[in-house]
Design a binder for this molecule. Sequence first.
Ligand code: IPE
Ligand code: IPE
Ligand code: MG
Length: 227
Amino acid sequence: MAQPEQFAQGLSIGIIMDGNGRWAKKRGLPRTAGHKKGAEVFQDITRYCNEIGVESVYFYAFSTENWSRPVEEVGAIMRLFGEYLIKAFDYEKENNRVVFLGDRTALEPRYQKLMDEIEQKTAHNTGMTLNVAVNYRALAEKVAKGELRPEDIDEAAMCSEMYTHGQKDPDFILRPSGEKRLSNFMLWQAAYSELVEMDVLWPDFTRHDLDLAIEEFNRRTRRFGGI
Ligand code: IPE
Ligand code: IPE
Ligand code: MG
């Protein structure tokens, strides 16, 4: 059988980290326990993607809609996010280029500062690009909600909104937890992404599950409108 390094080389993968709450509920734990485990899985899967030669990965960590959750849950997610920013990652050693997608101005100033620092520090790294989408909402959705008029979408608006500027669009978007929707994730860049949904909750997600997802993607035939 082919090794993961052989079939993951150069891929761009979007990952909607979903199912933390259900994972916790199944165990009679508070939802925040699911987020904690999910954050650990995030770290492990990031390392794995790097090891097997993935070119870029886009993690969906927090959407603009997620602010509607109970304030304690939002607070717990933000604290976890901050924790990971501060200590859990050895950005230098990993050689990842880290990019944060989304409107960071709604986050605590000290987190914003760390995000800027991490991006600057890793900007010239030559390994995988690790994108983390936080307070992320796609441009298309702002237009749909009337927050942005189509005529106001000039190139500058596109570029600033396209936080992913210059990067490869995701070859496939993976959604664990069995849901079959994008929930506003990368609506523009997903135009031709294959969707791979998996019946595993994110905190249970393993390296082997990623192998399976990549295998599934590699079985798909992409036609891009051709025949
Ligand atoms: C994903 O897990 C994490 C975030 C959205 C921040 P959920 O918290 O959505 O977990 P479920 O979908 O309720 O199981
Ligand atoms: C999508 O998950 C957002 C993230 C994983 C960060 P949600 O759990 O918020 O999505 P819905 O509400 O099920 O569509
Ligand atoms: Mg969910």
